[in-house]
Design a binder for this molecule. Structure first.
Ligand SMILES: Cc1cc2nc3c(=O)[nH]c(=O)nc-3n(C[C@H](O)[C@H](O)[C@H](O)COP(=O)(O)OP(=O)(O)OC[C@H]3O[C@@H](n4cnc5c(N)ncnc54)[C@H](O)[C@@H]3O)c2cc1C
Length: 465
């Protein structure tokens, strides 16, 4: 009997990576239906390549067999990017997890896509170097996923996001060929910036197989403090005040009163209870520069009506303050059966206004929405507390999501600051991106992936182009 097309495909994969590196039993597929937020369909198979050569052959096989191919890191994405709506093949990079080199002379590292963000940070620190991009999922998320989402984090305020550190990429395009962009050069204007094109492309243009990142010297010292405010507007105003004073904090994280309440109940004593808003500010610099910087932050807060609540005396206290920030996600998870975590970005001067608008939207829809985020960058995470089993509450939550996006766009903001569009936000792309810009994006997609096999159903809105 001739093997079915499905069996032939699985055998073909086994010939490339070895049978032990192909999963296809239905019971093993179910965990791949999810990422950090979305639920998709089970893939037909999951393959674990060991190098770029194997990835190239996998892409060729998927293209011949007409199978969608979905790259996957740790699956912590928050926009459905690593899930599939229509079967297909998931390429899991857990075997491509080597830090190939760290060069102190060039202050650069070359890593495989399956390297965990925190492992790179630690390896760089071992050489007295610093890799700043720090998504809160640092302990599990991969560099491949970070590049594909252009992930950010608290330190984005001073240092920038993943894309600001990627110097070069090696990737496999939909025709199964190897594409090399950039390199170790800090300056490189030889033609179009293809590295930047692939950063943030969410696995829809190419499959990343190696990443060269730039590193910085470790900051000499840091200082961490908490400031409290009587309103989110006042906390937001402080962000603008700091900018007006040319104060460059490493991180400026905001939490509204609902977030403070949730964290307080999860980690008692970690935050000033009853605060309407809190800013966590971390400063970097030579030790003697920190105190004068901190005084200027306090002045900026005072202008907006805020005050210092806690100043970390040492590293242990600094970590305790950050523990409160890290506790947000688990603490919100306990407050309601379902949490819809969103991600919008507004100009830093509009942070307070945006959070106030979100609270109005919550009240108008009889919902609770906790808001926190990277205020220094204007990147906010409204988290709607709801219950998937309650149809009416979920419908109100959907209305609230649409209202939040509309408000962000009205304030000159954008649909996503770091989580990407994926499948969960694609329907809003026509509202959030200029028509011509969307058409150019489609042209790029068609050029690099004419048959649409790379991560289909992501970024672009459904329906006619
Ligand atoms: C608790 C929590 C906190 C978070 N905090 C932050 C935060 O502070 N900042 C932030 O930006 N994000 C944050 N995230 C979201 C998420 O962690 C990031 O988007 C991260 O970059 C995803 O990495 P991953 O390895 O999990 O990728 P996955 O979720 O597996 O994949 C994400 C996308 O990358 C693509 N992809 C993966 N590997 C490759 C590759 N080799 N080539 C091409 N495409 C690839 C996938 O197809 C998918 O589209 C958080 C998530 C959680 C659950």
């Amino acid at each position: 009997m001739r093997p079915s097309a499905g069996r032939q495909f699985i055998r073909g994969l086994g010939k490339i990576v070895g049978r032990e590196n192909v999963e296809h039993e239905p019971e093993d597929m179910s965990c791949y239906r999810f990422d950090g937020i979305a639920r998709g369909e089970a893939p037909e198979a999951v393959v674990h390549p060991a190098d770029a050569g194997e990835v190239a052959r996998i892409v060729q096989l998927a293209a011949q067999a007409g199978r969608p191919l979905i790259p996957r890191g740790a699956g912590t994405g928050l926009s459905g990017g690593a899930t599939t709506a229509a079967g297909g093949l998931i390429v899991n990079f857990d075997r491509m997890d080597r830090i190939r080199s760290i060069s102190r002379e060039d202050m650069a590292a070359v890593v495989e896509p399956g390297v965990i963000n925190r492992d790179l940070k630690q390896a760089a620190a071992g050489e007295n170097l610093f890799y700043p991009p720090d998504p809160s999922s640092t302990r599990v998320c991969t560099l491949g996923g970070n590049v594909a989402e252009n992930a950010g984090g608290p330190y984005g305020t001073k240092y920038g996001v993943t894309g600001d550190f990627v110097l070069g990429l090696e990737a496999v395009t939909a025709d199964g060929e190897l594409l090399v962009t950039g390199g170790r050069n800090r300056r490189d204007v030889a033609g179009y910036d293809l590295t930047s094109l692939l950063v943030g492309s969410e696995g829809t243009l190419a499959v990343v197989t190696a990443i060269t990142v730039r590193l910085l010297p470790q900051p000499a010292a840091r200082q961490v403090a908490l400031y409290v405010f009587d309103s989110v507007e006042a906390a937001g105003k402080t962000v603008a005040e700091m900018n007006l004073r040319s104060l460059q904090a490493a991180a400026v994280e905001i939490m509204d009163h609902i977030t403070v309440r949730c964290v307080e109940s999860y980690l008692p004593g970690s935050l000033p209870s009853g605060a309407q808003a809190v800013l966590l500010v971390e400063l970097h610099g030579e030790r003697e520069s920190l105190e004068p910087q901190a005084r200027r932050v306090e002045e900026a807060c005072a202008v907006a009506g805020g005050r210092l609540a806690r100043l970390a005396a040492d590293e242990e206290e600094a970590e305790r303050i950050w523990d409160a920030r890290r506790a947000i996600s688990p603490s919100l998870g306990r407050m309601a059966p379902t949490k819809i975590g969103e991600d919008i970005s507004v100009p830093p001067s509009r942070v307070g206004e945006m959070i106030a608008r979100i609270h109005e939207i919550a009240a108008g829809n009889d919902l609770e929405i906790a808001v926190f985020g990277h205020a220094g960058d204007g990147n906010l995470h409204p988290n709607i507390l709801t219950d998937r089993r309650d149809g009416s509450r979920m419908a109100r939550a959907e209305t609230a999501v649409a209202g939040i996006f509309a408000a962000a766009l009205e304030l000159g903001g954008t649909l996503s600051g770091e989580h990407g569009i994926g499948s969960t936000k694609s329907t809003y792309m026509r509202d959030g991106v200029q028509d011509k810009a969307l058409a150019v994006m489609r042209d790029i997609k068609r050029t690099l992936d004419p048959d649409g096999i790379l991560n289909p159903g992501k970024i672009f809105p459904p329906g006619p182009a």
